[in-house]
Design a protein around this ligand. Structure first.
Ligand code: BES
Ligand code: ZN
Ligand code: ZN
Length: 458
């Protein structure tokens, strides 16, 4: 049991979850002493408002939490850091999916990153309601802790070999097979763009390849962008632009977290995980603007911006993923600043030409309260990638350009039209504490994707 949760105990403090609309009617039905107390402290059930109601013996009678509306289950996540030590139970007439969101939010809200700075643990524990799948919620929360931990590590603790080691850890814990191609071997194994992007760094480029599951089951391949630090390469980023670029391996962290959830839940899937891991560094051996790279697919790529590195390493990995003709390819990447400009940090951009897949994923995004929004893979924007010396450039020269859409159009070139493929362009970062987590690394999309995979394949 995760420390933020508790087994059922004889006594627990109930938490009443109330929207401002429902509060007056609820209050009517309470004892005079509770009503007096709530009025005395001025509780109005505003979003995020907490009221501790005392008992005569100095203990707590109950807790009231204000939420934005009846669906605002994630608000529960603010409680573990705010409540006194003790065991709590949820009292809300929520349907199962909302209860799941609430309990998951409690778990996610209990997270702290303590690698470099000590913190006293939160001591409020929640009893997981009987109607919830306690094991599954804890698997989700643990996977997201792992994703956040990996993103939050300082670059010196998250080199390409550290990232590969993290992948080994997940594979070992889940009984998966793992293979790794390192450094110049990437050339002999024909991953030329992964090698080219990573060759400027002392931390050698890698391709990690995890396999798990029964070959009789449908094949799902996950691909995650693992840029352990993105300086922008020779087309150097600005200081502000570089500030958070330790998180540029978040796609890799996400697919590891998602893979862990799939394997621990024993979903009947034949799983493959491909993680191209590089540092986009600056040195005498870094790749240049104007270099022409030959890709795994055979297309030549003229580098017009070394900062558009993620799509290059993904292109080689996606080519390999597509070569096995899987039932579904999912890639996750902190691919463009433009995705954040379009949707903000909380909403993941979802790209696919498969309408049924998009609709299903959007439905699961709502069920899990894991916000996603579909964006188009607009083929005409391919024109911005015309090169005079190669088959394609790596960054569009179009005016009034849509960076996140362009990046998806570029990737599509390497996946082809025949395969069901979804691409997520995510932020993976909380710029300030939210109800479900502190400032720092964040997981986007994987709760929704797991819920979708479970429905489709189980
Ligand atoms: N890792 C960045 C994208 C990024 C930036 C994600 C900020 C999240 C927040 C990526 O490698 C990059 O630099 N993309 C460029 C592409 C451009 C050069 C075509 C971008 O988005 O500006
Ligand atoms: Zn970049
Ligand atoms: Zn990048």
């Amino acid at each position: 049991m995760l420390t933020c949760f508790s087994e059922i105990t004889s006594t627990s403090t109930p938490i009443y979850v109330l929207s401002a609309v429902d509060y007056p009617a609820w209050l009517e039905k309470q004892t005079p002493s509770l009503r007096n107390w709530a009025q005395r402290v001025g509780f109005q059930a505003k979003k995020g408002e907490i009221c501790l109601v005392p008992k005569d013996d100095n203990d707590l009678l109950c807790v009231l939490l204000g939420i934005a509306d009846r669906e605002d289950a994630l608000q529960i996540g603010i409680l573990p850091s705010r409540l006194p030590q003790g065991v709590y139970s949820l009292s809300a007439d929520w349907k199962e999916s909302l209860l799941n969101c609430a309990v998951t939010a409690w778990g996610l809200g209990s997270y702290r990153f303590t690698r470099y700075k000590k913190a006293d643990p939160y001591l409020a524990k929640l009893i997981i309601p009987d109607s919830c799948d306690s094991k599954e919620i804890q698997r989700t929360v643990s996977a997201i802790y792992r994703v956040r931990d990996l993103i939050n590590l300082a670059p010196h603790d998250m080199s390409t070999s550290h990232l590969a080691a993290a992948a080994y850890e997940v594979a070992q814990e889940c009984g998966a097979a793992i293979n790794q191609i390192t450094g110049v071997d990437l050339i002999t194994e024909n991953y030329p763009m992964i090698y080219a992007v990573g060759k400027g760094s002392e931390s050698e480029p890698q391709l990690v390849d995890i396999r798990w599951g029964d070959s009789k089951h449908p094949k799902v391949t996950l691909v995650g962008k693992g840029v352990c630090f993105d300086t922008g390469g020779l087309d150097l980023k600005s200081p502000d632009g570089m500030r958070l670029m330790k998180k540029d391996m978040a796609g890799a962290a996400h697919v590891l977290g998602l893979a862990q959830m799939i394997m621990q839940a024993q979903l009947p899937i034949q799983l493959r995980v491909l993680i191209p891991a590089v540092e986009n560094a600056i040195s005498g051996s870094a790749y240049h603007p104007s270099d022409v790279l030959k890709s795994r697919k055979g297309l030549t790529v003229e580098i017009t911006n070394t900062d558009a590195e993620g799509r290059l390493i993904l292109a080689d990995a996606l080519t390999e993923a597509a070569s096995e003709d899987p039932d579904l390819i999912i890639d996750i990447a902190t691919l463009t600043g433009a995705a954040r400009i379009a949707l903000g940090h909380e909403i993941g951009a979802l790209f696919t030409d498969d309408d049924a897949l998009a609709n299903d994923l959007m439905r699961h995004s709502k069920i899990t309260q894991d916000p996603l929004w579909r964006m188009p893979i607009h083929k005409p924007y391919r024109a911005g990638f015309e090169s005079t010396v190669a088959d394609i450039t790596n960054s569009s020269n179009a005016m009034f350009t849509a960076g996140a859409v362009n990046a998806a159009v570029f990737l599509k070139e390497f996946v082809g039209d025949a395969i069901s493929w979804v691409h997520f362009d995510i932020m993976a970062w909380n710029p300030r504490a939210s109800s479900i987590g502190p400032e720092g690394g964040e997981a986007n999309a994987i709760r929704a994707v797991f819920s979708y995979l479970k429905e489709r394949f189980q």
